[in-house]
Design a protein around this ligand. Structure first.
Ligand code: ADP
Length: 208
């Protein structure tokens, strides 16, 4: 069901199918449980009614363009105040604030690398998930960190995102119920769908 305020429709996590549901796969011994934990969803991250949305911020944490600008606009001026109190964030690290006017309870601000630096991108995903776990967040949505203005090629950024989230959720069972990969455009949807297919093939190959 979709709830609305005067200006915007919010989307609940219960409205978004998991990848297992979307693909009609029952997780089992030979089907990765990971698929029941993730969703691919196309749209504006600021509309998601989840425990936390992740912001692809820069080190100053003072807002900017792209998804960062959209999140600050939707959350309101208090978000900037809360960010200021953190005095920035290093690349690969993460900080948390309330969501203020957003439907999400929290915003986790992380800084991805400029350009293709897989270790730093993986760190941004891991640190965000660890901060989520420490704050009782069970549902979380990620944008395609670094894949916009920061220039990380979409396919390789997606691979890092999927594999890092898979590894982290495997190592931290029961802490996160759903990770939504929030995809802003059709190209991102295609890239993620292809990566999930490759991921599945690889997992199934390893189990045979
Ligand atoms: P970065 O500086 O980390 O590259 P950008 O904001 O430039 O961050 O882009 C990151 C990704 O976020 C891109 O794929 C872009 O299309 C996407 N994006 C932009 N606005 C939104 C939004 N409102 N919701 C979700 N994703 C968004």
């Amino acid at each position: 069901m979709t709830t609305t305020t005067a200006s915007k429709a919010f989307v609940r996590i219960s409205d978004i199918p998991s990848e297992a549901e979307r693909l009609g796969i029952r997780p089992g011994p030979s089907k990765p449980a990971f698929l029941a934990l993730i969703s691919l969803w196309q749209g504006d991250i600021t509309t998601l009614e989840v425990d936390a949305i992740v912001n692809a911020a820069d080190e100053a944490l003072l807002g900017g363009g792209g998804v960062d600008g959209a999140i600050h606009r939707a959350a309101g001026a208090q978000l900037l105040e809360a960010c200021r109190a953190h005095h920035g964030c290093k690349t690969g690290q993460a900080k948390i604030t309330p969501g203020f006017n957003l439907p999400a309870k929290h915003v986790i601000h992380t800084v991805g690398p400029i350009g293709e630096k897989p270790d730093l991108l993986a760190s941004a995903y891991r640190e965000s998930l660890s901060l989520a776990k420490a704050n009782g967040v069970h549902t979380i949505a990620f944008p395609c960190i670094s894949a916009g203005v920061f220039g990380y090629p979409a396919e390789s950024a997606c691979k890092v995102a999927v594999h890092t989230v898979a590894k982290w959720t495997n190592e931290n069972p029961g802490s996160i119920d759903r990770v939504v990969f929030c995809l802003f455009n059709q190209k991102s949807v295609h890239v993620y769908e292809e990566e999930i297919k490759r991921f599945l093939k690889k997992e199934q190959g390893e189990q045979e």
